[in-house]
Design a protein around this ligand. Structure first.
Ligand code: ZN
Length: 274
């Protein structure tokens, strides 16, 4: 089992967080034939200007499952209420159970400093679960792990109290088609709610092909600032000549509270990284 292919579990707060923040790495894992499971801890029932929470809970589950199918990943949407998540014992236990059952080698999640309270709650809950997955008397009905997975934080640009300090940077330019295709499955978000919230709903085309072009441009605009934000690490990893040509990246910071990988393990968990 020691040489089995690494397994990836992404614990995001909302349907779309996994692929928005780490869709490139998820795509690379699937291209290598590795198992990927993406989770939305909340039910996605809050964010919309017209649709009801009851309608959204069903719709968002279907949209997420469709996004997972794009790359052949499992996408699960849990029942915790959207926009009301707390790092409760229930959430912690659900995460411990998930990590013990799926047995990932790498877990990705949000940092505990992030604009959205649900993101912070998931990040905190994963942090709280990280050590306890090994403790047998915690949730004794599901066997404790001998070795805990590596936990890493997905990219964000926030600076208070501290800027993210990435250990790994991945060029995801070649994965953009797949990421955009996954995001497009979240129709009620990327073509409705998010542009509404940004006041640009009138720019979303009606035509299906035009929508994909619009979405690629929207997503590019949103993630392009990452390369500038992490310029120092990008130059350190790739050299000053190559970094300017890299437009789209994903950056990951290894959690100090879970298993600490050596360089070999790091390059296995992040197979195409700079
Ligand atoms: Zn989110």
């Amino acid at each position: 089992m020691a040489n089995a292919e690494p397994r990836l579990l992404i614990l995001g707060a909302h349907p779309d967080d996994a692929e928005y923040h780490a869709g490139g790495l998820a795509t690379i894992y699937r291209m290598l034939g590795r198992d990927v499971k993406m989770v939305s801890v909340t039910d996605g029932g809050a964010g919309h200007h017209e649709r009801s929470p009851a309608e959204l809970r069903i719709l968002r589950r279907e949209e997420a499952a469709a996004a997972g199918r794009v790359i052949g990943a499992t996408y699960e949407t849990w029942d915790f209420p959207d926009a009301a998540l707390q790092s409760s014992l229930d959430v912690r236990y659900r995460i411990i159970r998930e990590i013990r059952q799926f047995k990932p080698d790498l877990v990705l999640t949000h940092r505990t400093s992030d604009y959205h309270p649900d993101h912070r709650a998931v990040g905190q809950s994963v942090q709280d679960a990280s050590y306890l997955v090994k403790v047998p008397h915690v949730l004794p009905d599901v066997a404790a792990l001998q070795k805990d997975p590596v936990v890493a934080y997905m990219p964000d640009l926030f600076t208070k109290p501290v800027r993210m300090q990435p250990d790994v940077i991945i060029d995801v330019s070649d994965c953009m088609d797949k990421i955009v295709e996954m995001l497009a499955c979240h129709q009620s978000q990327v073509f409705q709610w998010l542009p509404h919230a940004e006041g640009i709903l009138d720019t979303v085309p009606a035509d299906a092909v035009d929508r994909m072009i619009w979405l690629r441009s929207w997503f590019s605009r949103h993630i392009r600032p990452r390369a500038d934000h992490f310029r120092i690490e990008l130059v350190a990893a790739c050299g000053s000549e190559t970094d300017q040509s890299i437009e789209f990246i994903e950056a990951f910071e290894i959690s100090e509270y879970a298993y600490r990988p050596d360089a070999d393990m790091l390059s296995r968990l992040f197979p195409v990284h700079h």
